[in-house]
Design a protein around this ligand. Structure first.
Ligand code: B12
Ligand code: SF4
Length: 549
């Protein structure tokens, strides 16, 4: 492979695409597509109860940490900030990271580099690279498909097989709910850890699986439980966290690694919380006690319709599994695809209702979407079913179909999707309430558990439930009367149960903090009605840095 003439002395800028994001513009920003995980695709119909937060661009942070060249990361710039960085510092290489929806921004950023920093080599990476013919859409020197750390190391003449150093990543930023911004306390937010990229299950629509090799393939950054444990200890010490957001498409699938991690956690008395992504078949490889002892406190799991025949769901009663997980204090985030091949206007309502009946704490709905680079896209393209003239900025599963469905029209796809979000909210209530229920069940079940690590974890969680969250329950109970009286009654029942467990503190906070939260919730509702949106701040981080001469 070609290397850069300056090798590790090359000065590098790695940037994510520019904002603002939550607005409609000619570069591909869409108001329906904010730079927020929950509000974008999970709690978007929950109004002021929607969980709002941002996540950094971890791919470029990982690359920066693993090269020895002087390197700046510019995250969430404005166009002006990007231009200013290009002209203030002389860069030999400008790396731009984007996903498919952001191809218009990547194009504009390449144009800006050519104009403002014409000697720079332009490298484009991330999922945007999977678009067939992307070379003709953007003016870049290198388009990198798949894993980027090894590519960049090779390009700089460095050892591509050197161990992976993990950057210190605070998972969520600027968290808001019910009109309140949560304080940025050190250790107050989970740390992100990325053990691998890709997923060997290879579901036909899955873009992350396809991007890193497809069925049977994935890239492991940390092969063993020992390696993972060592990295987590380092992050724990530096960021003062107990909680980890494990960014691995199917963490529990690798049982040997997970069980070794558990062994080490037990030996060292680590009371950690893990939020993981896992398929139902992978979760079923563990007993509930193993999951609880491993600290699994939150699982993101696909609930795809059993009729769709995905192998990850086979032989599993997912509804029963969800119930069991929640009874053991494990919050479940379900993920449901709307508009599968077998869906029709006649059966889709029933299928959505059935997904909602899982009563997960959080529920993501996504339109079935052939995304460039996936087997599904290839298939649809061969069948001539991809709709012409659809802007890539709208191919993200939260708007309308980008293909011809046998029974559901493009317009109806949006209606069904929006309805699914609304119906889940209306029937099951705010996710914050559901989460409180799961936390209480976990506490009641494990407060006297023999392993002190487990007790400690549930005690940590229940502290929030017995104080601020109980005040939130008081507000939700009041506000939800307008939406669904029976859910409001359920919230009331839960609040009473919490107050029975913690009679003094829970009542005190509901009485003191409750009215303030009610006020901020209503203020937020008004702001949202007037079109208020949120944008992440811009970050500039330099490593191995020497000023340009
Ligand atoms: C965190 C995350 C977010 C964060 C924001 C991240 C950010 N700052 O941009 C939030 C939650 C806001 C978000 C939002 C969205 N996301 Co998102 N997100 C992710 C998630 C879960 C993790 C990304 C990650 O860090 N992975 C780990 C790192 C290490 O991997 P990586 O980013 O791919 O980077 C590697 C390579 O791609 C490459 N690389 C990356 N950049 C560069 C740059 C250069 C120069 C080089 C050489 C290499 C390189 O090297 C890296 C290391 O190997 C992924 C799923 C996943 N598992 O990856 C989805 C994912 C990237 N998101 C996706 C989508 C579709 C969205 C949304 C449109 C929402 C939606 N409807 O689903 C919005 C778009 C927001 C917007 N306006 O741009 C899709 C992208 C699909 C595609 N093919 O384009 C993914 C793959 C999820 C999925 N399976 O559908 N997302
Ligand atoms: S199990 Fe999930 S992450 Fe793995 S290929 Fe299927 S959809 Fe993708």
């Amino acid at each position: 492979m070609e290397t850069h003439p300056k090798k590790s002395h090359a000065r590098i800028l790695l940037s994510s695409v520019f904002g603002p994001y939550a607005q409609d513009d000619e570069f591909g920003s869409r108001s329906i597509n904010p730079m927020e995980l929950y509000h974008n695709q999970v709690t978007r119909a929950q109004g002021s109860f929607s969980l709002r937060m941002f996540h950094r661009s971890w791919g470029i942070m990982m690359i920066q940490e693993n090269i020895s060249a002087p390197c700046s990361v510019l995250d969430f710039p404005t166009r002006k900030a990007f231009a200013c960085e290009l002209t203030t510092n002389r860069y030999d290489i400008v790396g731009i990271s984007g996903i498919i929806v952001n191809v218009g921004k990547v194009r504009e950023m390449c144009r800006m580099v050519r104009e403002l920093s014409p000697d720079s080599v332009i490298v484009v990476g991330g999922h945007v690279a999977a678009i067939p013919g992307v070379e003709k859409m953007i003016d870049a020197d290198h388009i990198v498909r798949g894993e980027g750390i090894s590519w960049m190391r090779q390009y700089l003449g460095e050892d591509e097989h050197a161990p992976i150093k993990h950057p210190m990543i605070v998972s969520g930023l600027e968290t808001r709910i019910m009109g309140m911004r949560l304080p940025n306390r050190k250790g107050g937010t989970a740390a992100t850890i990325i053990p691998s990229v890709g997923c060997p299950m290879g579901c036909n629509f899955c873009t992350t699986s396809a991007f890193f090799g497809g069925k049977g393939k994935f890239v492991n950054f940390y092969e063993t439980g020992d390696e993972l444990f060592e990295v987590m200890c380092r992050i724990e010490a530096e960021l003062k966290v107990h909680s980890f957001f494990v960014m691995d498409e199917n963490f529990l699938l690798h049982r040997t690694r997970a069980m070794r991690l558990l062994e080490l956690m037990k030996e060292a008395g680590k009371s950690w919380e893990l939020s993981v992504f896992a398929s139902a078949n992978a979760i079923r490889k563990y007993t509930m006690l193993e999951l609880v002892e491993l600290g699994v406190s939150w699982v993101w799991m696909g609930l795809e319709s059993p009729k769709a025949g995905y192998s990850k769901l086979q032989g599993n009663d997912v509804r029963q599994l969800t119930r069991e997980l929640r009874e053991h204090g494990i919050r479940v985030q379900g993920s449901t695809i709307v508009g599968l091949e077998h869906h029709t206007p006649d059966n889709i309502v029933e299928e959505i209702e059935s997904a909602i009946a899982h009563q997960t704490d959080f529920h993501q709905f996504m339109l079935y979407t052939p995304v460039p680079g996936t087997p599904l896209y290839q298939e649809m393209s061969e069948q001539g079913r991809l709709l012409p003239d659809i802007d890539f900025a709208d191919v993200h599963g939260q708007y309308k179909f980008n293909f011809l469905h046998a029974a559901i029209s493009r317009e109806d796809s949006k209606r069904f999707l929006d309805w699914a979000f609304w119906r889940d909210f209306e029937k099951n209530g705010p996710s914050l309430y559901r989460m409180c229920g799961t936390m209480l069940k976990g506490w009641q079940r494990y407060k006297d558990y023999p392993d002190p690590r487990v007790r400690e974890r549930f005690e940590r969680e229940v502290k929030k439930l017995s104080s601020a969250y109980n005040a939130a329950l008081w507000v939700m109970e009041k506000e939800f009367k307008k939406v669904n009286r029976s859910v409001s009654d359920r919230i009331h029942k839960l609040r009473r149960e919490v107050e029975k467990e913690f009679p003094f503190i829970a009542r005190l906070t509901a009485a003191s903090l409750g009215p303030i939260l009610l006020w901020s919730t209503r203020r937020e509702e008004n702001r949202l009605a007037k079109g208020r949106t949120y944008e992440p701040p811009t970050f500039v981080e330099r490593r191995n840095w020497v000023s340009a001469t």
